[in-house]
Design a protein around this ligand. Structure first.
Ligand code: GRF
Length: 206
C-alpha cells in the first residue's frame, strides 16, 4: 500500500510528535508514515523522541543557516530530497514565510491550542495562548488543526475540539488539559485524514 511520507517540524518537548508516533504504531495513522523529524532547536526533547522512535532527525537553526531565507531553503531541500508529501508543524515555534508555504499547498498542517479564530495569529504561541484565554474569561477553549498558508493561523480549518475551562485554572494547567483532551487526539486524526487524501491523489498520478 502506498503511504504518504510525513515530516514533523518541532521546537520543544514534542508531546504532539509522540502522539503521532504512538498513533502510527497503533495503526491509527495508516495512510502515512513519519520519515523525518526536523527541529529548529538543538535542545528540543522532541529530538530524543525521534531517536527513540527510530526516525531520522535533523536540526536546522536560522542562526546556523544564516537567516530565515537560507533556513527555509535548506528545509525545502531536506524535505524534497526525501520526497515528503505532508509537513506537520507540531509545536514548531517559528513562522514560515510565503516562499516556503507556497511550495507545499494544502500539504502543511499545524496544531494551534485554541479555537481559531480566537486567540490566534502573530504573537499567540505556547503559554501566551492560554494566558490570553484566561485573561479574556472565556469558559470554553480547545485546539484547532488547520492547513498552513502565508497568514499565521489563517489557513483552512481541518478539525477542532472544545475543552472546558475550570475555575482556578492557571495557563499551565489549562495547557495540559488542552493537550490531553484535544491536541494529542486531534493531530493524529487530522494527519490520517490528510494522508488519505494525498495517497488518493498520488494514486491518480502514477
Ligand atoms: C502545543 O501546545 C502546541 O499546540 C503549541 O505548542 C505546544 C507544543 O507542545 N503550538 P509539544 O512540543 O508538542 O509538547
Amino acid at each position: 500500500m502506498i503511504k504518504a511520507k510525513i515530516a514533523v517540524l518541532v521546537s520543544g518537548g514534542g508531546t504532539n510528535l509522540q502522539a503521532l508516533i504512538d498513533a502510527e504504531r497503533a495503526g491509527k495513522i495508516k495512510s502515512g508514515e513519519i520519515v523525518l523529524v526536523v527541529s529548529n532547536s538543538k535542545t528540543a526533547y522532541a529530538l530524543e523522541r525521534a531517536k527513540n522512535g527510530g526516525i531520522e532527525s535533523l536540526c536546522l537553526t536560522k542562526k546556523d543557516c544564516g537567516g530565515q531565507e537560507a533556513f527555509e531553503q535548506e528545509l525545502i531541500e531536506a524535505l524534497d530530497t526525501r520526497g515528503i508529501d505532508l509537513v506537520i508543524l507540531a509545536g514548531f515555534m517559528s513562522i514560515l514565510s510565503e516562499a516556503f508555504t507556497v511550495h507545499y499547498p494544502k500539504r502543511i498542517i499545524n496544531i494551534h491550542p485554541a479555537l481559531i479564530p480566537s486567540f490566534c495569529g502573530k504573537g499567540y504561541y505556547g503559554l501566551k495562548v492560554h494566558e490570553a484565554a484566561l485573561q479574556y474569561g472565556v469558559k470554553v477553549t480547545g485546539a484547532t488543526v488547520h492547513y498552513v498558508n502565508e497568514i499565521p493561523d489563517g489557513g483552512e480549518i481541518i478539525l477542532q475540539k472544545a475543552v472546558n475551562i475550570r475555575p482556578g485554572d492557571t495557563p499551565e494547567v489549562l495547557q495540559r488539559r488542552v493537550m490531553e483532551q484535544a491536541e494529542w487526539k486531534l493531530l493524529p486524526r487530522a494527519a490520517e485524514l490528510v494522508c488519505r487524501r494525498l495517497v488518493k491523489e498520488k494514486g491518480k498520478t502514477i
